[in-house]
Design a protein around this ligand. Sequence first.
Ligand SMILES: Cc1cc2nc3c(=O)[nH]c(=O)nc-3n(C[C@H](O)[C@H](O)[C@H](O)COP(=O)(O)O)c2cc1C
Length: 179
Amino acid sequence: MKITCITGSPNKNGTSSLLAYHFIQGAIDKGHKVFRFDAAFKNVHPCIGCLKCKRGENECIFKDDMFELYPKLLESDVICYSTPLYYHTYTAQLKAVIDRYYAKDKFLKETLKRTILLVSAANPNDWVTHGIVSTYETTLKYLKWEDAGKILAINCETTDDIKKTCFLQQAYNMGYNLG
Ligand SMILES: Cc1cc2nc3c(=O)[nH]c(=O)nc-3n(C[C@H](O)[C@H](O)[C@H](O)COP(=O)(O)O)c2cc1C
């Protein structure tokens, strides 16, 4: 299977990057092909709502690193998001990528994709992830995609915290067990 993993953290070696790493390792060990896109280290202009993409050829006016991602998204069977929780949702860097789906959502809706959500968060209460989960599931419904699993790594502010939990093993297993 073809998998795209989009990360949202500006920390290259942080908690959510570790989740992504373990997920990807599991998927590769099972023989899947994975493309990783680190949104915070790419040039992705935020959508400006000009709607030129809706009037023309489904092309965004910003010719940036999204043009590396678009073909990978379109051909992927599974899309994995890995992000720290920033004020109860995705980081701005990951949200900018998802907003830019708008130019291609006609095509993205045409094929069923399965998605995975990996989140790390400092707060120990499970209600902190309600916002991101609700946004994620609403977008899936809109795109007619399916959830293939979530890891909500609460109480993990630092990599020392997450290494003491079973979330990294769960991320590996999730990648490995994708069928
Ligand atoms: C700007 C900012 C906003 C944050 N907002 C939240 C939040 O709403 N809830 C929470 O539990 N943790 C919040 N955190 C903590 C991070 O989600 C947490 O430390 C995470 O493990 C960092 O992931 P990373 O190492 O992959 O960057 C926030 C951190 C930052 C820098």
